[in-house]
Write a protein that binds this ligand. Structure first.
Ligand code: RET
Length: 274
Protein backbone atom coordinates (compact mmCIF):
# COMPACT_ATOMS: atom_id res chain seq x y z
CA UNK A 1 0.00 0.00 0.00
CA UNK A 2 1.29 3.45 -0.87
CA UNK A 3 2.01 5.87 1.94
CA UNK A 4 -0.48 8.66 2.11
CA UNK A 5 1.04 11.99 3.01
CA UNK A 6 -1.22 12.24 6.02
CA UNK A 7 -1.76 9.40 8.48
CA UNK A 8 -4.72 8.95 10.78
CA UNK A 9 -2.77 7.39 13.64
CA UNK A 10 0.63 9.09 13.94
CA UNK A 11 3.40 6.59 14.79
CA UNK A 12 5.28 8.03 17.74
CA UNK A 13 7.91 5.64 19.02
CA UNK A 14 10.88 4.54 16.91
CA UNK A 15 9.44 1.04 16.79
CA UNK A 16 6.09 2.35 15.50
CA UNK A 17 7.91 4.33 12.80
CA UNK A 18 9.95 1.23 11.89
CA UNK A 19 6.75 -0.83 11.57
CA UNK A 20 5.11 1.95 9.57
CA UNK A 21 8.01 1.93 7.08
CA UNK A 22 7.91 -1.85 6.59
CA UNK A 23 4.11 -1.93 6.23
CA UNK A 24 4.60 0.17 3.11
CA UNK A 25 6.46 -2.13 0.72
CA UNK A 26 7.35 0.59 -1.78
CA UNK A 27 8.77 2.89 0.86
CA UNK A 28 10.75 0.09 2.53
CA UNK A 29 12.10 -1.06 -0.85
CA UNK A 30 13.38 2.44 -1.64
CA UNK A 31 15.69 2.01 1.37
CA UNK A 32 16.55 -1.69 1.10
CA UNK A 33 17.47 -1.52 -2.60
CA UNK A 34 19.99 1.21 -1.83
CA UNK A 35 21.54 -0.72 1.06
CA UNK A 36 22.05 -3.64 -1.34
CA UNK A 37 23.44 -1.47 -4.15
CA UNK A 38 25.84 0.36 -1.84
CA UNK A 39 27.09 -3.03 -0.57
CA UNK A 40 27.53 -4.34 -4.12
CA UNK A 41 29.38 -1.17 -5.11
CA UNK A 42 31.83 -1.62 -2.23
CA UNK A 43 32.43 -5.26 -3.25
CA UNK A 44 32.90 -4.15 -6.86
CA UNK A 45 35.54 -1.59 -5.83
CA UNK A 46 37.35 -4.08 -3.58
CA UNK A 47 37.36 -6.72 -6.32
CA UNK A 48 38.51 -4.48 -9.15
CA UNK A 49 40.72 -1.89 -7.53
CA UNK A 50 42.70 -4.17 -5.18
CA UNK A 51 45.76 -3.93 -7.39
CA UNK A 52 45.86 -0.12 -7.63
CA UNK A 53 49.22 1.05 -6.29
CA UNK A 54 49.57 4.68 -7.30
CA UNK A 55 48.87 6.84 -4.22
CA UNK A 56 46.77 9.36 -6.11
CA UNK A 57 44.67 6.69 -7.82
CA UNK A 58 44.27 5.00 -4.41
CA UNK A 59 42.97 8.23 -2.90
CA UNK A 60 40.39 8.48 -5.67
CA UNK A 61 39.32 4.85 -5.22
CA UNK A 62 39.07 5.11 -1.43
CA UNK A 63 37.00 8.28 -1.74
CA UNK A 64 34.57 6.54 -4.09
CA UNK A 65 34.30 3.68 -1.61
CA UNK A 66 33.52 6.08 1.23
CA UNK A 67 30.53 7.40 -0.74
CA UNK A 68 28.93 3.92 -0.54
CA UNK A 69 30.06 3.37 3.06
CA UNK A 70 28.17 6.52 4.08
CA UNK A 71 25.23 5.42 1.94
CA UNK A 72 24.83 2.06 3.71
CA UNK A 73 24.75 3.85 7.06
CA UNK A 74 22.39 6.50 5.77
CA UNK A 75 19.84 4.02 4.43
CA UNK A 76 20.16 1.83 7.53
CA UNK A 77 19.25 4.90 9.57
CA UNK A 78 16.13 5.39 7.43
CA UNK A 79 15.12 1.72 7.32
CA UNK A 80 15.48 1.34 11.10
CA UNK A 81 13.20 4.27 11.81
CA UNK A 82 16.02 6.19 13.49
CA UNK A 83 16.38 9.11 11.08
CA UNK A 84 12.82 9.85 10.03
CA UNK A 85 10.06 11.53 11.98
CA UNK A 86 6.53 12.78 11.68
CA UNK A 87 6.52 16.55 11.92
CA UNK A 88 3.67 19.06 11.85
CA UNK A 89 3.65 21.41 8.87
CA UNK A 90 3.27 25.16 9.53
CA UNK A 91 0.37 27.40 8.52
CA UNK A 92 0.23 28.08 4.80
CA UNK A 93 1.67 24.69 3.82
CA UNK A 94 -0.77 22.57 1.81
CA UNK A 95 -0.71 20.01 4.64
CA UNK A 96 -0.78 22.67 7.40
CA UNK A 97 -1.38 21.26 10.85
CA UNK A 98 -0.91 17.66 9.65
CA UNK A 99 1.88 15.35 10.76
CA UNK A 100 3.89 14.27 7.72
CA UNK A 101 6.77 11.84 7.38
CA UNK A 102 10.08 13.66 6.99
CA UNK A 103 13.16 11.67 5.98
CA UNK A 104 15.55 14.14 7.61
CA UNK A 105 18.34 11.56 7.82
CA UNK A 106 18.83 11.92 4.08
CA UNK A 107 19.76 15.61 4.32
CA UNK A 108 22.00 14.93 7.30
CA UNK A 109 23.97 12.10 5.71
CA UNK A 110 24.41 13.89 2.38
CA UNK A 111 26.66 16.23 4.36
CA UNK A 112 29.01 13.23 4.74
CA UNK A 113 28.64 11.62 1.30
CA UNK A 114 28.62 14.56 -1.11
CA UNK A 115 32.07 15.85 -0.03
CA UNK A 116 33.61 12.57 -1.26
CA UNK A 117 31.87 12.92 -4.62
CA UNK A 118 33.33 16.41 -5.01
CA UNK A 119 36.82 15.38 -3.86
CA UNK A 120 36.83 12.69 -6.54
CA UNK A 121 35.48 14.96 -9.29
CA UNK A 122 37.97 17.71 -8.41
CA UNK A 123 40.88 15.27 -8.42
CA UNK A 124 39.86 13.83 -11.78
CA UNK A 125 39.68 17.36 -13.19
CA UNK A 126 43.19 17.96 -11.78
CA UNK A 127 41.98 20.88 -9.68
CA UNK A 128 43.69 22.34 -6.62
CA UNK A 129 42.99 21.91 -2.92
CA UNK A 130 41.48 25.40 -2.56
CA UNK A 131 38.75 24.77 -5.12
CA UNK A 132 38.08 21.27 -3.87
CA UNK A 133 37.79 22.42 -0.25
CA UNK A 134 35.54 25.30 -1.32
CA UNK A 135 33.08 22.88 -2.91
CA UNK A 136 33.32 20.57 0.14
CA UNK A 137 32.45 23.47 2.46
CA UNK A 138 29.63 24.54 0.11
CA UNK A 139 28.08 21.07 -0.03
CA UNK A 140 28.15 20.70 3.76
CA UNK A 141 26.50 24.13 4.04
CA UNK A 142 23.95 23.12 1.38
CA UNK A 143 22.99 19.89 3.19
CA UNK A 144 22.82 21.42 6.68
CA UNK A 145 20.62 24.31 5.47
CA UNK A 146 18.53 21.76 3.51
CA UNK A 147 18.10 19.83 6.79
CA UNK A 148 17.05 23.07 8.49
CA UNK A 149 14.51 23.70 5.70
CA UNK A 150 12.97 20.26 6.24
CA UNK A 151 12.83 20.53 10.04
CA UNK A 152 11.61 24.11 10.42
CA UNK A 153 8.01 24.05 11.59
CA UNK A 154 7.64 27.61 12.91
CA UNK A 155 6.89 29.31 9.62
CA UNK A 156 6.47 28.44 5.96
CA UNK A 157 8.46 31.50 4.94
CA UNK A 158 11.43 30.35 7.03
CA UNK A 159 11.29 26.90 5.46
CA UNK A 160 11.61 28.45 1.98
CA UNK A 161 14.24 30.92 3.14
CA UNK A 162 16.42 27.94 4.22
CA UNK A 163 15.72 26.43 0.81
CA UNK A 164 16.95 29.62 -0.90
CA UNK A 165 20.14 29.65 1.24
CA UNK A 166 20.79 26.00 0.45
CA UNK A 167 20.26 26.67 -3.26
CA UNK A 168 22.80 29.50 -3.17
CA UNK A 169 25.47 27.09 -1.89
CA UNK A 170 24.35 24.58 -4.50
CA UNK A 171 24.83 27.06 -7.35
CA UNK A 172 28.42 27.78 -6.27
CA UNK A 173 29.16 24.04 -6.60
CA UNK A 174 27.52 23.89 -10.03
CA UNK A 175 29.57 26.90 -11.14
CA UNK A 176 32.87 25.33 -10.07
CA UNK A 177 32.01 22.06 -11.84
CA UNK A 178 30.75 23.70 -15.04
CA UNK A 179 33.39 26.42 -15.36
CA UNK A 180 36.60 25.77 -13.37
CA UNK A 181 36.75 21.99 -13.41
CA UNK A 182 35.64 21.72 -17.03
CA UNK A 183 38.55 23.98 -18.04
CA UNK A 184 40.99 22.16 -15.77
CA UNK A 185 39.92 18.72 -17.04
CA UNK A 186 40.68 19.89 -20.59
CA UNK A 187 44.21 20.83 -19.58
CA UNK A 188 44.70 17.67 -17.53
CA UNK A 189 43.54 15.40 -20.36
CA UNK A 190 40.66 13.81 -18.44
CA UNK A 191 37.83 15.63 -20.20
CA UNK A 192 36.40 12.45 -21.79
CA UNK A 193 35.61 10.95 -18.38
CA UNK A 194 34.96 14.31 -16.74
CA UNK A 195 32.31 15.32 -19.30
CA UNK A 196 30.31 12.14 -18.62
CA UNK A 197 30.63 12.56 -14.86
CA UNK A 198 29.72 16.24 -15.14
CA UNK A 199 26.48 15.51 -17.01
CA UNK A 200 25.44 12.76 -14.58
CA UNK A 201 26.32 14.93 -11.59
CA UNK A 202 24.88 18.25 -12.67
CA UNK A 203 21.63 16.80 -14.07
CA UNK A 204 21.31 14.39 -11.12
CA UNK A 205 22.03 17.01 -8.46
CA UNK A 206 19.39 19.40 -9.90
CA UNK A 207 16.85 16.62 -9.32
CA UNK A 208 17.23 16.85 -5.51
CA UNK A 209 15.93 20.42 -4.96
CA UNK A 210 13.20 19.78 -7.56
CA UNK A 211 12.05 16.71 -5.58
CA UNK A 212 12.23 18.66 -2.33
CA UNK A 213 9.96 21.32 -3.80
CA UNK A 214 7.49 18.82 -5.30
CA UNK A 215 7.45 16.44 -2.32
CA UNK A 216 5.89 16.75 1.13
CA UNK A 217 8.62 19.13 2.29
CA UNK A 218 7.56 21.68 -0.32
CA UNK A 219 4.30 21.82 -2.28
CA UNK A 220 3.28 18.24 -1.36
CA UNK A 221 2.37 17.28 -4.92
CA UNK A 222 4.03 13.86 -4.56
CA UNK A 223 3.35 11.02 -2.13
CA UNK A 224 6.04 10.19 0.43
CA UNK A 225 6.99 6.90 -1.30
CA UNK A 226 7.36 8.69 -4.66
CA UNK A 227 9.69 11.29 -3.18
CA UNK A 228 11.65 8.57 -1.45
CA UNK A 229 12.03 6.56 -4.66
CA UNK A 230 12.95 9.77 -6.49
CA UNK A 231 15.84 10.38 -4.10
CA UNK A 232 16.82 6.71 -4.22
CA UNK A 233 16.99 6.71 -8.04
CA UNK A 234 18.99 9.97 -8.02
CA UNK A 235 21.35 8.37 -5.48
CA UNK A 236 21.83 5.39 -7.80
CA UNK A 237 22.88 7.74 -10.62
CA UNK A 238 24.96 10.23 -8.64
CA UNK A 239 26.71 7.65 -6.45
CA UNK A 240 26.88 4.07 -7.75
CA UNK A 241 26.88 4.72 -11.50
CA UNK A 242 29.39 7.55 -11.11
CA UNK A 243 31.55 5.31 -8.87
CA UNK A 244 31.57 2.41 -11.33
CA UNK A 245 32.57 4.70 -14.21
CA UNK A 246 35.40 6.21 -12.17
CA UNK A 247 36.78 2.89 -10.92
CA UNK A 248 36.72 1.36 -14.42
CA UNK A 249 38.56 4.40 -15.77
CA UNK A 250 41.18 4.37 -13.01
CA UNK A 251 41.88 0.71 -13.76
CA UNK A 252 41.87 1.00 -17.55
CA UNK A 253 43.67 4.30 -17.98
CA UNK A 254 45.80 4.77 -14.88
CA UNK A 255 48.36 6.96 -16.63
CA UNK A 256 45.99 9.95 -16.91
CA UNK A 257 44.98 9.67 -13.27
CA UNK A 258 48.27 8.89 -11.61
CA UNK A 259 50.92 11.40 -10.64
CA UNK A 260 53.75 9.11 -9.54
CA UNK A 261 54.42 9.72 -5.88
CA UNK A 262 52.58 13.07 -5.89
CA UNK A 263 49.82 12.94 -3.30
CA UNK A 264 48.65 16.44 -4.22
CA UNK A 265 45.44 17.21 -5.97
CA UNK A 266 47.22 18.91 -8.85
CA UNK A 267 48.68 16.77 -11.57
CA UNK A 268 52.38 17.31 -12.25
CA UNK A 269 52.98 20.39 -14.37
CA UNK A 270 49.27 21.16 -14.59
CA UNK A 271 47.38 23.96 -12.85
CA UNK A 272 48.43 25.83 -9.72
CA UNK A 273 50.31 23.89 -7.04
CA UNK A 274 48.15 23.28 -3.97
C1 RET B 1 18.04 20.27 -0.93
C2 RET B 1 16.90 21.21 -0.49
C3 RET B 1 17.31 22.61 -0.39
C4 RET B 1 17.84 23.15 -1.69
C5 RET B 1 18.82 22.24 -2.34
C6 RET B 1 18.92 20.89 -2.02
C7 RET B 1 19.95 20.11 -2.74
C8 RET B 1 20.37 18.89 -2.50
C9 RET B 1 21.34 18.15 -3.27
C10 RET B 1 21.68 16.92 -2.81
C11 RET B 1 22.59 16.01 -3.38
C12 RET B 1 22.76 14.82 -2.80
C13 RET B 1 23.59 13.76 -3.24
C14 RET B 1 23.67 12.70 -2.40
C15 RET B 1 24.48 11.57 -2.61
O1 RET B 1 24.80 10.90 -1.64
C16 RET B 1 18.87 19.94 0.30
C17 RET B 1 17.33 19.03 -1.44
C18 RET B 1 19.67 22.86 -3.42
C19 RET B 1 21.94 18.72 -4.51
C20 RET B 1 24.34 13.84 -4.50
Amino acid sequence: MATRNVVLQVPETQQEIFEFVFEDTLLALSFVVNIALAGLTILFIVALARGVTDPRAKLIVISTMLISVVSISSYTGLASGLTLSFIEMPAGHSLAGEEVLTMWGRYLTWAFSTPFILIVLGMIAGSNITKIMTTVAMTIAMCVTGLAAALTTSSLLMRWWWFVLSSAFFLVIIYVIMVDWTREADRTGTSDLFTTLKILTVVGWFGYPILWALGVEGFALLEVWMTSWGYSVLDIITKYIVTVLIVLYVIEEPETITADADYGTTLKGVGTPA
